[in-house]
Design a protein around this ligand. Sequence first.
Ligand SMILES: NC(=O)c1ccc[n+]([C@@H]2O[C@H](COP(=O)([O-])OP(=O)(O)OC[C@H]3O[C@@H](n4cnc5c(N)ncnc54)[C@H](OP(=O)(O)O)[C@@H]3O)[C@@H](O)[C@H]2O)c1
Length: 199
Amino acid sequence: MREKFDIVVACDQKFGIGKNNSLPWRLSQDLKYFKELTLSRPPVEDEVPKRSNAVIMGRKTWESIPAQYRPLAGRFNVVLTRNLNYQLPQGVFKAPSLDDALNLLSKGPVDRVFVIGGAEVYKEALIHDRCGLLYVTEVRAVFECDTFLPDFKPFFQLMSCSEVVTENNIDFCFKVYEFSLADHIIYKEAALDGEESLL
Ligand SMILES: NC(=O)c1ccc[n+]([C@@H]2O[C@H](COP(=O)([O-])OP(=O)(O)OC[C@H]3O[C@@H](n4cnc5c(N)ncnc54)[C@H](OP(=O)(O)O)[C@@H]3O)[C@@H](O)[C@H]2O)c1
């Protein structure tokens, strides 16, 4: 497993990500992007054992995935829950913390690791010292949401942005950010100096 994990999220202009334990929008091109990204691996010949990527998600996000689509195929699925008795289908892993999930995956034939939500898990992952890239689908509208991402922008640097795509009259684009330790230190010092912490 690579040392760093990446984060994938779609959010609106007010950092909204969910409503009633579901996505606030239906954007098939975003779902396609998510699938391709989380399955993407460099071509490797004669790989023994065969490796796969992994996705880590909170228990509520797991439950939000329609039964016919879970576990997410071709990827190790790890569900975070503090409930030791929580039942999951065979082949789906359970972990009591993000660090436990990362440790578990580090022992297996795992390539890239993606944290895929929801808000509670993003909140922890965004300030984790093993956070690498942040893939954000920026939805250029404001939806009614009950679940939000913290404002990550003070300590992430924008690396790239796609063309704007339009679907169902909604504009969105795919951005890639990188965690900036220096900005995070400045941000944390400012927070300690009395400014309100967003995280
Ligand atoms: N827009 C997007 O890209 C996107 C992506 C994913 C999800 N979402 C949306 O986000 C919403 C769900 O987010 P949420 O914040 O309510 O729930 P969540 O983060 O998916 O799940 C929260 C649950 O996960 C477990 N958990 C979280 N952090 C943990 C940790 N560090 N250690 C152990 N267990 C942990 C706990 O489960 P137990 O209570 O079982 O202990 C907790 O109640 C939904 O609306 C969903 O559609 C949006």
